[in-house]
Each structure stands twice: as structure tokens, then as C-alpha cells.
Design a protein around this ligand. Sequence first.
Ligand SMILES: [Zn+2]
Length: 310
Amino acid sequence: MGIKMGYALDQNGAKWDAQTYQKGQGAEPLKCEHCGVNVTHNPPYPKEIYDKPVLVSGYFRLYPKRPHAAGCRFGIDNEVVEIAKTSDGLIESLRNNRYRMRLVMIKEALEQASTSRNNGGSENRAGTGKTYPSNPGRLPAYINSAKRALKLRAACTDDQELQVHLELVFEGNVNVAWSQFYFEAERHMEAFHAVSQNTVQHPIAIQGRAKEVKYAIHGVESKNVINLLMNRFRPDPEDPANGIGLEVSIWASDASWFKGIEKDDEILVLGMWRSNIKAPSPATHGGRYKTFTTRRLTLTLVLKTQVSKV
Ligand SMILES: [Zn+2]
């Protein structure tokens, strides 16, 4: 529940570190070091990321239905209010401390900015007549606000509490679950399903580790790509001799947009993705699979800030 906390205080005011704390230590119950609400400990635990076991850091968290006090810096509601303030209308206030982010505004602004680039920066065509006008000039503010919301999500234990305070809506006020908007490395294939199966695409954020950053492919200066580290090939449920993998790539026509991003950096990419499937290729070295099928998710950047280090 809520934002993960690295430290907590016990009843005597002693401070405990979530990495080294063990059950039963200190004068319980432990509490939030800022507002004093009771918290509980989640010890470090192993998890498979990119098919390798990794120890996930320990943290302190809230008990269900017992939020931080108003104004506590670990309160999600507090954070959402702050992000909404500078969102240029992307995030609107509803009743009862709830907010709503309009993904359609990001989509339209991206499309308009893209059209504008392709036309050499000339005037955009008129809007598409949707109910909520978006402004491509506001795209940096939209992207920035969405990124702040995504970073808040990444700092939380799960989707639940954020879902309550910040709902996501798309065209026709259709609700989008956070699980269909934000995908970490182990859920990349779910992102592929979302993109390939949704008849109407909404913006999606994918987080992953850069496997390589390539510039001027085949000597073409406008062809630059970041490939994310792939998860292992999995057996095709309909044909176990066929291994299925997913390649996630981010393209930019301007090489400087990748400045500061290097191999092994953890990055977050927000925008409109496309999916396709390469024809199966035969395995060359024997082994478990006779063929390999690579699925692909690709995104072409319209704005540098669509990609950022986490
Ligand atoms: Zn607190």
C-alpha cells in the first residue's frame, strides 16, 4: 500500500532502515517518520527480472485503509495535487480529493506535434473536433506531468492506491487501468498484447533497461535506435517448439535526443507504440526450440522528453 518508505521510527523514536530491519526489532508498532501513522515492514525478496534473480529492496508500507496524515510527504494524495498543479490541464480535479488524467490529450498533442514536424514546422491542421482540446505547444508540460505520475507509480508498492487518487481516462471517458498504462520489464509481453489487441490505441509507458544505443544506422543520420534488453524466449502455447520473444525499440530522427542514455540505463518511455511480428526463423544451434518468432514493439519519438532515465 502506498509509497515505499526506506525508514521508520519505533515508539521510542529510534530510526530503522528497511534494508536491515528484522521482524520484532524496536518498540512496535513502527510509524511513519513524518506523520506517525503505523507502518509495517516488507523484507527484501528475490524476484526474476530479465530472467535473472534479483533481490528487491525491503521497504516499510502502510496498513490497508490507514493513509498518511494530510500533508505527509509520503501521502499519494499530496503528490497528485502537486503534479496536477503544473499539468496545464492534463490532470483535472474531481470531487473528494480525486484526480483524473486525460490520456487523449497526450495522444492528440503527440499526433499534432508529429504532423507539425513532418510539415517542417508549418501550422497544424485544425483539431480533430474532440471534446477536450489539446495543444501541441503544451506537449512538454503534458509529458512532464505524465512522467511525474509514472515515477510516483514506480515508487508505490502497487497500482491500488494511485488508482483511487488518480484515474486514467481515454476517449469517451473510458477508464484505463494503471496496469494497462504502465509496464515494467517483466510485463513487456502484456504491453505487446495491449498494443496489438486494442482497436483504439492510448499512450502507454514502458520501463526497461537499455541493451544498446545505436546511432546513424547504415550511415543514415536520422536512424537512431535504443533497443531494450529482451526477456527470454518463451514457448508458444500453440506450438511449444516455437519460442516467442519480444523486442522493444525506441527510434529517434534526432541523435541528440538520446544524449545521456547509455547501455544498461533503466529508462521510461511514454507514447504511442506500434506492434508487428517478424516471420519465424529456424533455430541454428538445436536446443529447445526449432523456430523463433520475434514480436516487436516500436515507438518513434516526437519529443526528447518522451524518454527519460529512471
Ligand atoms: Zn506519513
